[in-house]
Design a protein around this ligand. Structure first.
Ligand SMILES: *Cc1c(COP(=O)(O)O)cnc(C)c1O
Length: 371
């Protein structure tokens, strides 16, 4: 992609080597029998879809997967030539494009195949992975008749190749959860119904891959872990190998002033200085994904933690400095500086959400810079 000239110092720095190291460590952990499907949906969890897809493939991932047809088409447009699986539902009208671009789709009912195939003759066969709903209750086949209908349709049609079958766990990231074992058993009962085993039988997301090595099967779908983020605090404590974080979010002090005691800061004048204070202004706000609820969250300046004070604006926010500092001083919102580190989990806790949501809500306005 062409380099744009950057003026605003706010940027997300993505360390592709960290992503590659995570893939290599994962490959060593999995061994030769299980291949990696790199999950790069939602713009690579905010890290850049094409860049992370490329990095994971270079490091040994055999396939990439996304959630929507548009995400898959974009990867092809930008030159990703490996197999791509769209894991979520697609409209039958996507089938022609899927065939033309060699994109594999997830199918959960014979009606979809009938709609997709009956009115059209493809140039090549359409590759599908049959999705089994083993207990997640989201998308997939839930009964034997529906599965058999799909298998029979595919056997009689030269238009369809069943390349894989997969399921998705609902609770693999949690402590004391029997549903993962139940879902695995349920899934394997469905897999046993295939007259011929499809090439790729896969079930595990990051959490299941890391906690249930016995369930790794032919492939695993690794998302959040690629980016060095543990799926949950519980999984984070039980990691079989270290994960390296790939993203840091940085900016610079854009303005510094001394406020006299009692002066107010930002919309609503809800913050008043308790004393004479040094206040810095950062060129980042909620339009960048620095949510208003992050008021009070600390950032790193000069290796120290300082708090965001007052209401976070759309494009700017203010921090309370411990001393006078110069415009241009580096500020780390996510990442390391000196001995301190602020991670997405810390933001997630403050916002009562999970790090996944933090990663995908850093907005498009923040340029991603790769190193
Ligand atoms: C998002 C997703 C994944 C990846 O999950 P992580 O927890 O990020 O590893 C795997 N499979 C499906 C079906 C998904 O939707």
């Amino acid at each position: 992609m062409p380099d744009r000239m950057l003026f605003r110092p706010t940027k997300a720095i993505i360390n592709l080597d960290a992503i590659k190291d995570n893939v290599k460590a994962l490959n060593d952990y999995l061994g030769n029998e299980t291949s990696i499907i790199a999950v790069v949906k939602a713009d690579g969890y905010g890290h850049g879809d094409v860049e992370t897809a490329q990095a994971t493939i270079e490091a040994g991932a055999k396939m990439v997967s996304v959630a929507t047809p548009e995400e898959a088409v974009r990867l092809r447009e930008f030159g990703i030539s490996e197999d791509i699986l769209v894991m979520g539902p697609t409209p039958a009208s996507f089938a022609k494009t899927a065939v033309d671009l060699n994109i594999t789709v997830a199918v959960a009912g014979v009606e979809w195949l009938e709609k997709a195939c009956l009115s059209i003759k493809f140039d090549h066969a359409l590759k599908v992975h049959i999705k089994i709903d083993s207990g997640m209750g989201r998308y997939g086949v839930r009964d034997v008749e529906s599965l058999n209908a799909i298998i029979n349709f595919a056997e009689e049609s030269s238009q369809v190749i069943v390349d894989g079958v997969f399921t998705h766990y609902s609770c693999a990231d949690m402590d004391q959860c029997e549903t993962t074992d139940e879902q695995y058993a349920n899934f394997m009962n469905f897999v046993a119904l295939f007259p011929k085993k499809p090439r790729l039988v896969h079930a595990s997301n990051s959490a299941a891959t890391l906690l249930y090595p016995d369930y790794k099967l032919d492939a695993i779908r690794f998302g959040i872990g690629l980016y060095g983020i543990a799926p949950s605090e519980y999984v984070g404590k039980k990691l079989p190998f270290a994960l390296k974080r790939a993203l840091s979010l940085e900016t610079e002090l854009a303005h510094v002033k001394r406020l006299e005691k009692g002066a107010s800061v930002s919309y609503g004048a809800t913050y008043q200085s308790l004393d004479d204070e040094w206040i810095g202004t950062l060129p980042i706000g909620y339009a960048d994904g620095l949510r208003r609820g992050l008021r009070g969250q600390e950032v790193l300046i000069g290796g120290k933690r300082v708090p965001i004070v007052g209401t976070i604006c759309m494009d700017q926010c203010m921090v309370k400095l411990s001393e006078e500092m110069l415009v241009g001083e580096k500020v780390v919102l996510l990442g390391k500086q000196g001995n301190e580190e602020i991670n997405m989990e810390e933001w997630a806790e403050r916002l009562d959400t999970i790090p996944y949501e933090i990663a995908v809500s850093l907005s498009k306005r923040i340029p991603r810079v790769y190193n």
